[in-house]
Design a protein around this ligand. Structure first.
Ligand code: AVI
Length: 323
């Protein structure tokens, strides 16, 4: 079927093209990490979460199992849970079972994936009002009117906040706050700083799945933006940037390469790279200050015995003049 002009798919492709053309021409070439998640990218990320060296997912799930009775005591009954992202088949049910909310609103840009995961959840929680919203949660959007009167709990697990540079992470948290309103809660996962060897192993696994995940960006560019990038000329490289407290993922050219994307020519010299992703790691105080800067007051924090990962509950307290 021919796409009609101005469909969301067209908007997506136009935004992807604009980001790639601007990003590849920038002085430090970079493409925003959100474009790693096409269908194949999402499948590969799913595989990453099950890798032995990728500790965040299983650690966060273990924390959730431990703390849900505590969360349930802190969140009013009959709340609306607004999840930023489509929801995970493992994590979301743990929360929904514990707090018995009145409504669940997953927000995700990928309509197909969202519809499917929302339908699965509705099947498992028949009494719950499941209202998926197709939107880019990093931009302004509105919540469904039917949940106006309910207390709100924002849910942002997975340490996805770490994929935003602190300046954008602050904007994002502020946007969550204005969306959810005074008195709302936010339950958020953050990955902790830890020895570099473990971090590198998590982002450069011996199985090579993370490498495939990153290189898939080039395949996606070729397919969707009429590119001819020689994918085999690039390699995945995970680096720890200590001063910025983040893992950086780069695609490094292994030889001089020339290619075109959407009719625009690019040259990458051997050794130069495309910056494809950041994953910021926070110490306990750094994570809480980030939340405060975004308008959220931390009220409780939990971690695993090895302090690998943190789950923080924060509250949107009304603005005050005193601290
Ligand atoms: C989605 N996000 C939290 C992952 C992370 O750990 O930063 C993305 C990822 N990239 C490579 N491995 C995992």
């Amino acid at each position: 079927m021919l796409a009609t002009p101005d469909t969301p798919a067209d908007d997506q492709t136009a935004a992807f093209r604009a980001d790639v053309l601007a990003g590849l021409s920038a002085p430090i070439p970079a493409v925003p990490a959100r474009w790693l998640y096409d269908h194949r990218g999402s499948e590969l990320f799913d595989e990453i979460t099950r890798l032995p060296s990728y500790y965040p997912t299983r650690t966060e799930v273990a924390i959730f199992h431990e703390i849900m009775h505590d969360i349930a005591a802190r969140i009013p009954m009959g709340a609306a849970v607004v999840e930023f992202g489509a929801g995970s088949a493992t994590k979301t049910p743990i929360l929904l079972k514990a707090i018995t909310p009145a409504a669940y609103v997953p927000v995700d840009i990928s309509g197909d994936y969202l519809e499917q995961s929302a339908a699965d959840l509705q099947h498992d929680f028949p009494a719950l009002d499941v209202i998926p919203v197709v939107a880019d949660f990093a931009r302004e959007f509105s919540l469904p009117g039917g949940i106006d009167h309910l207390p709100k709990l924002g849910f942002f697990p997975g340490s996805t906040i770490g994929n935003f540079v602190p300046r954008s992470a602050t904007d994002l948290l502020r946007q969550f706050r204005s969306l959810l309103g005074d008195g709302a809660h936010l339950l958020i996962g953050m990955d902790r700083v830890k020895p570099v060897g473990r971090l590198i192993a998590a982002y450069d696994d011996p199985e090579g799945v993370t490498a495939q995940f990153t290189l898939n960006l080039l395949t996606r560019i070729n397919r969707e933006l009429d590119g001819d990038i020689p994918v085999e000329a690039f390699r995945h490289d995970a680096r720890w940037n200590d001063i910025l407290s983040r893992i950086e993922i780069h695609l490094v050219a292994m030889r001089d390469v020339a290619f075109t994307v959407a009719g625009t020519a690019f040259n990458f010299a051997k050794g130069s790279s495309i910056h494809a992703e950041n994953s910021h790691k926070y110490g306990p105080r750094g994570g809480r200050v980030l939340l405060l800067a975004g308008g959220w007051t931390p009220v409780a924090e939990w971690t695993d015995p090895g302090h690998d990962f943190a789950v923080i509950l924060a509250e949107a307290q009304p603005v005050r003049f005193a601290p």
